[in-house]
Design a protein around this ligand. Structure first.
Ligand SMILES: Cc1cc2nc3c(=O)[nH]c(=O)nc-3n(C[C@H](O)[C@H](O)[C@H](O)COP(=O)(O)OP(=O)(O)OC[C@H]3O[C@@H](n4cnc5c(N)ncnc54)[C@H](O)[C@@H]3O)c2cc1C
Length: 413
């Protein structure tokens, strides 16, 4: 059995930030090990540009090793079991002991129950999905594009809406917009209900202005692939020529079958420290379940959205807490609930949204009207993220501060 001190599970957004931050904070004799099944890191936010032919696959991909501080040991293995009680991790090749554990295994995109192995059914939630959709959009000459949110929760509350706007823009650029309609069907009551009604209504106005149909409270029940028809629980039935599906998301099996998960399969954590019910075992990012103030329907409490911005901020907090416990020097690091997003609206424009997701009675997120500056900000963010220079806080902080200044609101991040 190998011995290890801090073990990080998952080398996505949360795992990368945790590894690099701990590498800076911990004395050199502390061993940091990251376990990730994939040697490549894909920057998911750029799948949206990949699908509309603004990025090639290699432009949204990096070797994971290049993004992680050299002192961090990486095991490219699949985590098979987490025994938080006995502080043991089992992979297909190894067993590791840990003193501190950070679980950043994300959410699994599940192709069922609405199988996507059909010619006219696509998604942009994986790098392969975005590539296939790009080919399909280029060949598509006219008809009805339906985008459905198949179930909740899903990653990035803005992504379905950004996707619809970018697809619409793709045909405007090619002067084919008169031949193509784009409609969104979602079980949600408003766009991004997790961000509060102000932002939801702002996004709805943009969709209306772009002629994108928005059909709320529509839970998909079945899809007839031969007849190209979608049925919803409301009784509504609609046709499509090309179907874009936001797939079902699940907690990775190694999590849902572990004692860390609640009945939903996700991991409940303390919302400030991100600690699980086991001491020195932390979980962050998409794999967690954090209830926030507010409801989007009478029986539907809001959960903190699954987004990289939260995984990132939580990773910094967890790293500070682990370093403080190791050094014995107290910290007041705590995840504050603030989040932001550069919402792509097509035509190389984006809006900047920032707000407090822990605000009561519901999250309070404001958005500045779309402009080219925030689109360029998002492009810069992508370049910064995929650069092997290392994750200095300065660019990140500078960008958030500039955004919050234009909104005239104080920031806590
Ligand atoms: C199209 C799209 C657009 C998006 N846009 C934005 C955006 O603009 N802003 C934003 O904030 N967020 C955005 N997101 C969401 C963001 O990508 C995720 O919320 C973020 O990646 C979550 O980070 P994480 O570390 O929790 O999980 P991930 O980044 O998903 O990392 C989890 C890692 O764990 C690994 N893993 C899983 N199971 C195992 C196992 N058993 N063994 C070993 N390794 C394993 C996976 O391979 C993966 O690398 C977008 C997502 C999509 C799909």
């Amino acid at each position: 059995m190998n011995k290890s001190t801090v073990v990080i599970l998952g080398g996505g957004i949360g795992g990368i930030v945790t590894a690099n931050k701990l590498a800076k904070l911990l004395p050199l004799h502390y061993e940091i090990t990251l376990i990730e099944k994939n040697e490549f890191h894909y920057f998911a936010a750029s799948f949206l540009w990949q699908m509309v032919n603004k990025r090639k696959q290699n432009q949204v991909t990096s070797s994971l090793r290049k993004l992680i501080d050299g002192r961090v040991k990486i095991l490219f293995e699949e985590v098979k079991q987490i025994d938080a009680e006995n502080k043991l991790i089992t992979t297909e090749k190894n067993q590791l002991h840990f003193e501190y554990l950070v679980i950043a295994l994300g959410a699994t995109v599940d192709q069922s129950p609405f199988s996507q192995n059909h010619r006219d059914v696509h998604n942009y939630y994986t790098v392969e999905g975005a590539e296939n959709l790009r080919n399909a959009l280029q060949k598509f000459r006219g008809g009805k594009i339906s985008l459905i949110v198949s179930s909740l929760p899903y990653k990035c509350p803005g992504a379905p809406y950004e996707g619809a706007m970018l697809i619409k823009d793709f045909y405007i650029q090619r002067q084919l917009e008169k031949n193509v309609s784009v409609d969104i069907y979602t079980p949600e009551n408003l766009p991004l209900p997790v961000a509060g009604p102000e932002l939801g209504n702002s996004v709805k106005e943009i969709l209306d202005a772009k002629g994108i149909g928005f059909y709320p409270l529509q839970q998909t029940t079945s899809i007839n692939y031969n007849e190209k028809k979608i049925a919803f629980a409301s009784g509504l039935s609609v046709d499509y020529d090309l179907l874009v599906l936001i797939p079902q998301h699940k907690a990775p099996e190694v999590i849902s079958k572990s004692a860390l998960a609640d009945e939903s399969g996700w991991v409940p954590v303390d919302k400030g420290t991100l600690e699980t019910k086991y001491k020195n075992v932390f979980a962050l990012g998409d794999v967690t379940s954090i209830t926030i103030p507010g409801r989007w329907a009478p029986d539907k409490p809001l959960k903190l959205p699954k987004a990289g911005v939260f995984a990132h901020a939580q990773a910094l907090v967890v790293s500070e807490i682990i370093a403080s416990r190791i050094s014995g020097i107290e910290t007041n690091a705590s995840f504050c609930g603030d989040g932001f997003c550069m919402l792509e609206a097509g035509e190389d424009l984006a809006g900047f949204a920032y707000g407090d997701f822990f605000a009561s009675p519901h999250p309070d997120v404001k958005m500045k009207n779309a402009g080219i500056k925030w689109h360029l900000g998002k492009v810069l963010f992508e370049k910064w993220w995929l650069s092997p220079i290392g994750f200095t806080k300065s660019f990140y902080k500078m960008m958030i501060e500039a955004g919050a200044k234009t909104l005239g609101i104080p920031i806590k991040l």
